[in-house]
Design a protein around this ligand. Structure first.
Ligand code: UD2
Length: 318
């Protein structure tokens, strides 16, 4: 039984990785500053994890957190394109300085491997689809630049210090527990909760923008595989984590109408600054090196997510 550290454990992805590790009988420690993460997300596992309320920018706390740890899953971030456009300094501090801190702490504690939540936003708006890891990055938003800079730090710490690092470029991860309440929340969490309440969702732009929306279970399995894959195959490398398919927002809205029972229309508003038009991954590399396969497709994931939010709203109303 090894000890695993999850940064951002109270977030939607971090808490999902925690549950999967516990199911495997592993020991879990987690840090979160609760800026966007919520205690609610780790409530039912609270007595089985070593939770520490701490900020990535607190290097001493990170060093303590890394003590005795086998693998770090670095999920903590301020994950929003529009928020970073409004506050590039805040995005840089959390998403770059925070990463350097956890890398220093992991290196000094002789952690075996760090798996990092990188972002598909690194590819930017280049016309070629699908996106492959060997393409030249072209980030647009400060968020995308910060996530990419941290990827480069991952590579640097492998090359300079021999710390095994693996970057997983997440493509729009969604699923239960994703926070729908902020204006910066992911589009699916927002749309599902709005439509279940009978509220009109807003599409920024004409709705033809497309995404390789990836259900949370796929991201969790990629993390577990990345933590265990042979060093020669993964250390210092970057992998897409996605499904290899895409849907546009208009199609998604139509699907959600059926799943939620919402009978109204969608509102269209101005395109969002820093947005990219199309996103689709080539997942060949992750398949070959990690043995990764998307187990839950978009529609199935969407259905499960709708059911989860429906259950939440029933519980809240009960
Ligand atoms: C980016 C990354 C994603 C992840 C995420 C973290 C890309 C392709 N993806 O997601 O991997 O790192 O950042 O935040 O860069 N939208 C609406 N109405 C709304 C909300 C959003 O139309 O109420 C649109 C939005 O303008 C965009 C699309 O939905 O075109 C997806 O937006 P998002 O915020 O869910 O995620 P995105 O693609 O910025």
């Amino acid at each position: 039984m090894a000890l695993h550290l999850i940064t951002g454990i109270a977030g939607f992805i971090g808490s999902s990785i925690a549950r999967a590790l516990l199911e495997r009988g592993e020991q879990v420690r987690g840090i979160d500053n609760l800026a966007t993460g919520k205690r609610e997300n780790i409530k039912e596992i609270a007595d089985r994890i070593d939770f520490r309320e701490a900020d990535l920018l607190d290097l001493d706390a990170m060093k303590e957190a890394c003590h005795g740890v086998e693998c770090v899953y670095h999920q903590a971030a301020i994950p929003s394109v529009p928020k970073s456009v409004l506050d590039p300094l805040g995005s840089n501090q959390a998403n770059v300085d925070g990463t350097v801190n956890i890398l220093i702490a992991a290196r000094d504690a002789k952690v075996r491997r760090v798996v990092y939540a990188a972002s598909s936003s690194a590819y930017g708006d280049t016309p070629t689809l699908p996106k492959r890891e060997d393409m030249t990055p072209n980030p647009i938003s400060p968020y995308a630049v910060a996530k990419l800079a941290s990827e480069y730090y991952m590579v640097s710490f492998f090359r300079c210090y021999g710390l095994e690092t693996v970057s997983l470029r997440y493509f729009n991860i969604f699923g239960p527990r994703q926070d729908p309440t902020s204006p910066y929340s992911g589009v699916l969490a927002k749309f599902i909760t709005q439509m279940l309440r009978g509220e009109q969702p807003t599409i920024f732009g004409d709705g033809s923008q497309s995404r390789d929306f990836t259900y949370i279970d796929n991201a969790v399995s990629a993390n577990l595989l990345a933590a265990q894959a042979p060093t020669a195959k993964v250390a210092g490398r970057v992998f897409n984590v996605a499904t290899g398919t895409r849907v546009d927002l208009n199609q998604t809205f139509e699907l959600l109408k059926k799943m939620t029972g919402y009978s109204g229309n969608v509102k269209y508003a101005a395109e969002r600054g820093g947005d990219i038009k199309h996103s689709l991954a080539d997942i060949t590399l992750a398949t070959k090196a990690l043995g990764y396969e998307p187990k839950v497709n978009f529609e199935e994931g969407l259905q499960r997510t709708v059911e989860w939010y429906r259950g939440q709203s029933k519980a809240a109303g009960a």
